[in-house]
Design a protein around this ligand. Structure first.
Ligand code: IDC
Length: 332
């Protein structure tokens, strides 16, 4: 009898231990993706090994909120083999954060929070993108940006998987000097709450003039990278030359948005130039994020416009761009 009891106790304890390990490990896996940092021009993990993030950007969070859902993120991680989602929050266009009501701002912050939680649960990195566009100068809403990022950094300082992109695409003649001034303010706001999260800084001319940023990069801050955006239908070798020059000067680059349509997000796809870009990114281990997860009737949408599903897409439900991109990430 005594012996029998001992065995029962033993088995009971074994079950408890394995359950807690399984549960604990699950949580660790979700909440604790390896922290990233920047070393030289390269994004690396804690051991200093080069990391290349591969991801998808949402369309505007106000335009296409339905794709911010757990199943979509988990599905893309598993089936598209990507590890990053970018949450594109427009500041000025269509119910943007800086032009809508307080209720709209609250709704956007809630969507970001959901997006971060879904990405975390799916085991993905997540970029919070302050998507300036028609407001070409990031200083237009500088105070709002600093307050926003301070709030986000306080909220997510313990998330090892959150990156901050502080100005999508400065344009309209905004100089690197102006962007640099803006960046210092916003980086300070983030660093007051989070000492080391990776921060992505936009560059002049819709995040193309990385060579100009390389001439006078931000100094005294760690884990800062500079964004390079390209659309292969419009941008070819001359832009890769700028990137090469920037890398040579020691500037860490991150492709937080790209497509193979033309720069309007529409028009025909240039797969030949797209292939050249992918080879370039691979060679230099540069992270990349594809524009955009939606079924909008435009060639830069990853889904066919007839497809209403918000997850579980079959291959045939992807647009030509979606098929091309998923082939790149899966190798199939
Ligand atoms: C485009 C969207 C389009 C939307 C427009 C708003 O694809 O549906 O109507 O913005 O102005 C960028 C921008 C990105 C653009 C995209 C395509 O970061 O917001 O999205 N693009 O034009 N830079 C280069 C191309």
């Amino acid at each position: 009898m005594n012996r029998y009891r001992k065995w029962v106790m033993c088995i009971f304890m074994l079950v408890c231990v394995s359950l807690s390990i399984a549960f604990g490990a699950g949580q660790v896996q979700a909440a604790k993706l390896p922290k990233l940092k920047v070393k030289g021009t390269q994004l690396v993990n804690a051991k200093g090994k080069a990391v290349q993030l591969k991801g998808v950007s949402t369309h505007g969070l106000s335009w296409y909120p339905e794709y911010v859902n757990q199943k979509a993120f988990t599905y893309m991680k598993k089936n598209w083999k990507i590890n990053t989602v970018r949450l594109a929050m427009y500041t000025s266009e269509y119910n943007g954060y800086c032009v809508g009501s307080a209720a709209n701002r609250k709704a956007l912050e809630k969507r970001i929070d959901q997006g971060v939680q879904y990405a975390t649960k799916a085991g993905m990195y997540v970029i919070i993108d302050w998507h300036i566009l028609s407001d070409g100068n990031p200083r237009t809403y500088e105070k709002k940006a600093a307050a926003f990022f301070k709030k986000m950094a306080a909220r997510y300082k313990n998330h090892t998987n959150v990156l901050y992109e502080i100005c999508n695409e400065p344009n309209g003649g905004t100089t690197w000097g102006t962007i640099r001034t803006y960046a210092k303010k916003v980086i300070r706001a983030i660093r007051s709450k989070d000492k080391d999260a990776v921060i992505l800084v936009g560059t002049p001319t819709w995040s193309q003039d990385v060579d100009l940023a390389a001439e006078n990069p931000l100094k005294g801050y760690k884990n800062v990278m500079y964004t390079l955006h390209f659309y292969a239908g419009t941008h070819g070798d001359y832009l890769r030359e700028k990137a090469r020059a920037a890398l040579k000067a020691g500037l860490p680059l991150f492709v937080s948005e790209f497509g193979i349509s033309d720069a309007s997000g529409n028009g025909s796809l240039n797969t030949k130039e797209g292939n050249k870009w992918m080879a370039f990114l691979k060679k230099n281990t540069i992270s990349y994020v594809a524009w955009n997860l939606s079924n909008k009737s435009e060639s830069s949408a990853l889904l066919k416009s007839s497809v209403k599903k918000t997850t579980g897409w079959k291959h045939s439900e992807l647009s030509a761009w979606g098929m091309w991109f998923v082939k790149k990430t899966t190798g199939k």
